[in-house]
Design a protein around this ligand. Sequence first.
Ligand code: C2O
Ligand code: CU
Ligand code: CU
Length: 503
Amino acid sequence: MVSPPRRVRRALLGVGTLVVVLLTAIAGGVGWIWATADISTVGTEFTRPLAIPPLAESTVDADGTRVFSLDMRSGTTAFEPGTDTETWGFNGSYLGPTLRASAGERVRVRIANQLPEASTVHWHGMHLPAAMDGGPHQMVEPGATWTPEWTVAQPASTLWYHPHPHGATEDHVRRGLAGMFLIDDAAASALPLPKTYGVDDLPVIVQDLRLRGDRLDGSHTIFRDVGFLGDRTLVNGTLAPYQEVGDELVRLRLLNASTARIYTFAFDDARPFALIGSDGGLLERPATLDRVRLSPGERAEIVVRMRPGERTVLRSERLDAGLDFWGNRFAGGDDRFDILELRAAPTLRESAPLPAALVPASTPDGSDAVTERRFDLTLSGINGTAMAMDRIDTTVTRGTTETWVVRNTDGMPHNFHVHDVQFRVLDYDGGAPPPALTGPKDTIFLPPNTTARLALRFDGPADPDTPYMYHCHLLWHEDLGMMGQFVVVEPGQQAGTPHGHAH
Ligand code: C2O
Ligand code: CU
Ligand code: CU
């Protein structure tokens, strides 16, 4: 082999050096992104009293309908004193009031959109007619109003409401549009559980945010394929919150209202607590746990015992969901947050012991299922197709039970939320569901390579033309099209054509 002329060799050497330098720079950059990608607010000082969303005012019509009113507005919020940040909220500048109604009650909510953009209000976890659901087919234009009404027909539970405009849900929720909707019923009210709102029964709406100066920064940082992840957490819109409590037993209604972040809630002293409820209501009996994981949209009701004068911190620990080390870090799984400090008074009111039994199961066991369907989750869509507003993906028959096998076949975390129904988890990751998944659920976390089998009963009114949604509740994934549409039809009826306007 003839060696190349010296000039060529020198040039090649130069290129080689350049490549090495570039690769080192890239590796250094990636290393730096990696090293700075985990966040911890553990050790934070809790400096602000927790805001408790007010209970929404309502009036009762002559026919007994309970009427609420929600205005979607933009405004400013001082997350930190002296800095006004532009945010969105219901009846205020951030989040919204807690709506509360009883099973059997007829409710009507007048929604007025005073935002500069079209949006919707969806009743997450609510069993109701599809046209009242507030999904992407029920858009409310700026300046317009929308007044859904329905009869509450489900057990006592912690539900919530938030916008659902196709393609913009992450943005609208992250700006502050969310609130709780509590359902009461006679069975739950008869139980000796903590139930004084804002006293021993606390709404805990957990979100993450990124404040940059006076601005909420919603950008997605590099490699974050789950969507927006903030670097601090809020509870009920309060940064670094503490809550003084005066009862031995305190009930926390935990709602993960973050757009992508998965929390693993535990106390800083690892104390056990009782899990009493999940997304759609109370469990059959309390379960003693020392941590509970909630992906976006999920709820858990827990009861924690306090000793006089002590403080304990509700924390979010690292995610332990079998993700690879790269995936875990960039999904926020290595992050830890101090979420909320509970400060017990020097003397505490005595609380009744928790009952051993709560309520009978309200979800189907799947034994009468007429159909089994499969839903494979990937970022490109559910069962390989991205959401289309004018395509009905699934048609179910009113009055029947089905089993749905949902698999995460992707390399990143997803979850799965179904509108209108609460389902039972029949099995999870090849085994019996863990205690936190034994109650009524409408949203379930699925780490990569995990399968869940769900039993769902569709007993609402049929409407072949108006779809309900099922989707990943990591809201950026939903916005990208990880969503499908189902309609409930009468036996023998065909799916119709979705109407209502789409954006
Ligand atoms: Cu909480 Cu379809 O959403
Ligand atoms: Cu929903
Ligand atoms: Cu997803």
